[in-house]
Design a protein around this ligand. Structure first.
Ligand code: NOJ
Length: 560
């Protein structure tokens, strides 16, 4: 196993709009990030992944970019950005930027040109097709509802947008477009950034002909995912990108890849193949969704499914590949509300979830506020929601299909992306210390109890627990490089595993429930010494083969 800095790192994601506002306009900004770098240093993270800060009309909060080489006015200037990078590097924190190149904004000058005429030099930067029998070129449904096709009167053709109609897909079949992307990547790398997180990067190669998705129920639009996820030329494109750009820098790369399987994950991250360092897979994020349905169709999590899925990723990528580990990001509900207990066992379950994740093999990601145990939010009024995915889904379901609004709100409370996007709770002052103005989205009312100031003052807080997990990673190679083995596969409430490096073993036992459980290790290895590393309860040394777990307990031992 090769040693790499990005395997040893812990990454912290910043969603800038909601992180910290410095000028009172209610929108987080780059100066706000600079103010909080000492906080991140204190937490101990090595890398920041910054969600998009580029010029954008914000149809999808910056994931619709109208100029890849400029900073969004609301966030600051290029000068602010350069100062931020310098201040991060001064503190030993690296920066990875979001690369959003499956699509651009429809306000990008490439698209403005592309729309002008069929023979415009930029026409083929995007995916244009004539209609079929007076309708859209195919039946695919967009991620944000409706068709993936939008008709353009002027040239009488449709353009493809897998997301909103303000996010036209770029045409990766066109060599000139690919070269533009590589040049833009070099522009940022030459400014000194340390890598990229690549937005839906496994969507960039579409199957020729863009065939209709199967539609047994005769729906208006259906998923076309098998024709654009992990498409025919994806590995070729990524290898080309690696050859042209990535290999020339000492950086880290992580590709966001909905619908990727462990087998494919191995191809994307295999060291020898020279594509990416790691991917964000989604299998575990889909386990509380009804099979074959979209994320709004809820189902409780069966812990055995979670163990099976994460276990498979661990074993498949053991040789030569690498995992990323995450519970949260700006698209997911808050983990303590999702699979923990955000009421009675708020702190305990948040720490348990962190332990379970950070002790697995891979690079852990922390999403802003996760280290404080920030929770999901419930706004009574749909008008208080800002996320395009949520709003479009609500309007379609309630106004077009006549579905029950209360049921839809329950889905939104459980899965909506705005759960992750309420402002970071810095203190118990007005607006949780996020802004002196009116926040662009409401603050979670629980900020008086859950906030960074309070967490930093209390040695037993979730914040200090994360800090300790991060430190342990620096002290014990086995946490980074040890191989993974699942224990207790069939247990419905315990998630336990070992890690092995040379003669050392790590034992990780976590309880995903409010019930007490006995842990009996039936086939323990031989060992002479045991070292207690961390727990969310007061724990003394015990016989590690046999003990009782308290509700939501987590404990980790190192055996020699
Ligand atoms: C994935 C991003 O994480 C999400 O926030 C965004 O809406 C889509 N890709 C489209 O860019």
């Amino acid at each position: 196993m090769t040693r790499n800095w990005w395997k040893e790192a812990v990454v912290y994601q910043i969603y800038p709009r909601s992180f910290k506002d410095s000028n009172g306009d209610g929108i987080g900004d780059i100066k706000g990030i600079i103010e909080k770098l000492d906080y991140l240093k204190e937490l101990g993270v090595d890398v920041v992944w910054l969600s998009p800060v580029y010029k954008s009309p914000n149809d999808d909060n910056g994931y619709d970019i109208s100029d890849y080489r400029r900073i969004m006015d609301e966030f600051g200037t290029m000068g602010d950005w350069e100062e931020m990078l310098e201040e991060m590097h001064k503190r030993g924190i690296k920066l990875i930027m979001d690369l959003v190149v499956n699509h651009s904004s429809d306000e990008h000058e490439w698209f403005v040109e592309s729309k002008k005429s069929k023979d415009n030099p930029y026409r083929d930067y995007y995916i244009w097709r004539p209609g079929k029998n007076g309708k859209e070129p195919n039946n695919w449904e967009a991620a944000f509802s409706g068709s993936v096709w939008e008709y353009d009167e002027q040239t009488e053709e449709y353009f493809l947008h897998l997301f909103s109609k303000k996010q036209p897909d770029l045409n990766w079949e066109h060599p000139k477009l690919r070269q533009e992307v590589y040049d833009m990547m070099k522009f940022w790398l030459d400014k000194g950034i340390d890598g990229f997180r690549m937005d839906v990067i496994n969507f960039i190669s579409k199957v020729e002909g863009l065939p209709d998705g199967e539609n047994p129920d005769g729906k208006k639009y259906v998923s076309g995912h098998q024709y654009f996820m992990n498409g025919p030329r994806i590995h070729e494109f990524l290898q080309e990108m690696n050859q042209e750009v990535l290999r020339k820098y000492d950086i880290m790369t992580v590709g966001e890849m909905p619908g990727v399987t462990p087998e494919q994950g191995k191809l994307y991250t295999g060291e020898e193949r020279k594509e990416l360092n790691m991917v964000f897979q989604f299998e575990h994020m889909d386990l509380d969704t009804q099979p074959g349905k979209n994320k709004w169709h809820l189902k409780p999590l069966d812990l055995r499914d979670l163990k099976q899925s994460l276990g498979k990723w661990q074993s498949e990528l053991e040789d030569g590949g690498w995992n990323s580990l995450y519970w949260n990001n700006h698209d997911q509900p808050r983990i303590v509300s999702r699979w923990g207990d955000d009421k009675e066992y708020h702190e305990t379950s948040a720490k348990m979830l962190a332990t379970c994740l950070h002790m697995m093999k891979g690079t852990p990601y922390i999403y802003q506020g996760e280290e404080l145990g920030m929770t999901n939010v419930r706004f009574n009024n749909i008008e208080d929601y800002k996320d395009i995915e949520t709003i479009n889904m609500y309007n379609e379901r309630v106004h077009e299909y006549g579905d029950n609004p209360e049921e839809i709100m329950t889905s939104i409370y459980t899965k909506g992306r705005d759960n992750a996007r309420t402002p970071v709770q810095w203190n118990d002052q007005e607006n949780a210390g996020f802004t002196e103005g009116t926040p662009w989205i409401k603050v979670n009312p629980n900020y008086k109890e859950i906030n960074a100031q309070k967490a930093m003052e209390n040695d037993h807080s979730i914040f200090h627990y994360y800090k300790k997990l991060i430190q342990l990673r620096k002290q014990h190679d086995i946490i980074v490089y040890g191989s993974f083995e699942m224990l207790y596969e069939d247990h419905e409430e315990i998630f336990a595993y070992t890690r092995t490096l040379h003669d050392d073993k790590l034992l990780v036992v976590t309880n995903f429930s409010g019930n007490k459980h006995d842990f009996n290790w039936t086939n323990p290895p031989e060992y002479n010494n045991q070292e207690f590393l961390i727990s969310n309860y007061e724990v003394k040394d015990v016989d590690v083969t046999n003990f009782t777990l308290q509700p939501w307990e987590a404990r980790v031992y190192k055996l020699k």
